[in-house]
Design a protein around this ligand. Structure first.
Ligand SMILES: [Zn+2]
Length: 256
């Protein structure tokens, strides 16, 4: 990274300000949803439109509820010296998100969580998501399952996980024995997908707990439902817009 990149812009003249505010809103909402995990877990968003690989990400060990537009780091996935600076990011986050943004051009935004129900799903011997309801059907043939957890996501593990995002249609990765990684085109897209995946996992795990037989939709109906949801207009953008309106009233410092 060139030292001229401002990691902590102090004014709204920053060209990435809207993206910063959107990403900060996603962190704050993750707290409301109880998806946060101590001072761990990271979200990232690519700022470049021209093939550049600079991305925003939360700082090392800052609670999600204190992330704001101005305290997000701006990092360059192609910069080998990122971990040498005074504001170096968490090494596992750098390995995982840096690898994704270096290798996966369709991952404009990446949300990594150890949210409760997605993580429980990741702990089952069979981490597939049968289409037992509309939320689960949304993810029909759209999920990668990684069954080869290899410890903390340091260099090789980050590269290994990133290399699994080969099919642009599959934007959720259940990280076996670990958590979930959700990618998307925009913050709104990735956050909305995260929301529905966690809800789908919650419903599935709750259904498993009843120990009653499941009513699983046919592959044909699940595929049709997934395609219909994907082409449903504007829901992700509207979801984030509503979240920001709520945050504007209740914790407006997210956008400072
Ligand atoms: Zn993790």
């Amino acid at each position: 990274m060139s030292s001229s990149i401002a990691r902590h812009p102090s004014t709204h003249n920053d060209p990435h300000w809207k993206l910063r505010a959107d990403l900060a809103a996603a962190f704050r909402w993750a707290v409301r949803m109880n998806w946060h995990e101590g001072v761990s877990n990271h979200f990232s968003a690519v700022v470049d439109d021209d093939g550049g690989k600079r991305f925003l990400m939360n700082r090392d060990q800052i609670h999600f509820s204190r992330v704001s537009a101005s305290n997000l780091l701006l990092l360059d996935a192609d910069d080998p010296d990122v971990m040498d600076g005074p504001d170096a990011p968490d090494p596992t986050a750098w390995a995982l998100h840096g690898s994704i943004h270096r290798r996966v051009p369709h991952a404009r935004v990446a949300i990594h969580l150890h949210s409760k129900y997605a993580t429980v799903l990741a702990c089952l011997q069979d981490s597939r998501m049968p289409a037992i309801d509309q939320n689960a059907a949304m993810f029909h043939d759209r999920v990668i399952i990684d069954e080869h957890y290899g410890g903390l996501a340091l260099d090789e593990e980050g590269e290994r996980c990133a290399a699994l995002f080969t099919d642009p249609k599959k934007k959720v990765m259940v990280m076996g024995n670990h958590g979930v990684m959700v990618i998307g085109d925009t913050v709104a897209d990735a956050l909305n997908r995260t929301y529905f995946f966690e809800r789908a996992a919650e419903n599935l795990i709750t259904a498993y707990m009843t120990q009653r037989p499941l009513r699983v939709l046919s592959d044909e109906i699940a595929a049709k439902t997934a395609a219909e949801v994907e082409s449903y207009p504007g829901q992700a953008a509207r979801h984030l817009a509503e979240i920001k309106l709520i945050l504007d009233k209740t914790e407006p410092d997210y956008a400072t």
